[in-house]
Design a protein around this ligand. Sequence first.
Ligand SMILES: [Zn+2]
Length: 293
Amino acid sequence: MEAVRRVNSTARAAGIVTVVLAALLGSAYVLGRSLVPDQTRPHATGVTTDATGPHYADQPPEQPSSEHPSTSQSAAGPAEAGQDGTGRDAGGDKLFGAHTDTGTARLALTFDDGPDPRYTPQVLAMLREYDVKATFCVVGENAQDHPDLIQAIVADGHTLCNHSWHHDVSLGNRSADQIRTDLVRTNQAIRAAVPDVPIVWYRQPGGAWTYPVVSVSRQLGMTPLHWSVDPSDWQAPGANKIASTVLTQAQPGAVVLMHDAGGDRQGTVDALRRILPELSARYELEALPTDPT
Ligand SMILES: [Zn+2]
């Protein structure tokens, strides 16, 4: 009898230990995921990243055009470019007609790779403080994980932009069906948070445009969106460098690329304290329209 009771109590203790361990492991996993979401995810896309580099980044060498931003690309018009379908080899145009400017004198700030619970709320608060509307190019899996942040972005009057499901910089090299599935899945994740929200912009991760990805995004009612000002904030060069690059390169119609996710973005958040008041004084800042023609 005593032996049985001892066994039972040992078994019960073991059971409790197991439950506690499972709970601890579970919360550690959740915590880890929320702290370093990018590192905990598989790089199914074959994107090369080094140990210190960010996972998500719209950066060279994937998009060498960012080193030489050219607003002349948009002059050809989105419909004309890339129609030969020769992909990346099409002349010098690596953008396939993706927009690099707003088409007006207004300037657009864009924030990529989120939403991220660490930085997106800070960016939203800053934008609210300076009464600035912007555009958020969100990653589908992050939208799925943080529907509350998608709702917050929309509630504040900002524009949403599809940035693919898993930030696949090679997406443009996949089949049209695969591209369509990826973009549709992303839009569905966004609309699971905000039903019927307009999603009329698509930004290819890495700026690695191809004719198929431009074509499919257009078929889905989205206009391909590139950029003209890139402070390379994904490299975390510091708030001063980010701010000075943006403020130096800004011009009427500019589309500014920044990131609210994909790594340590405190530099970007801090840079906004300088960028927002100065740019607001010089330009009209806009959320990209949700009914582009
Ligand atoms: Zn990106």
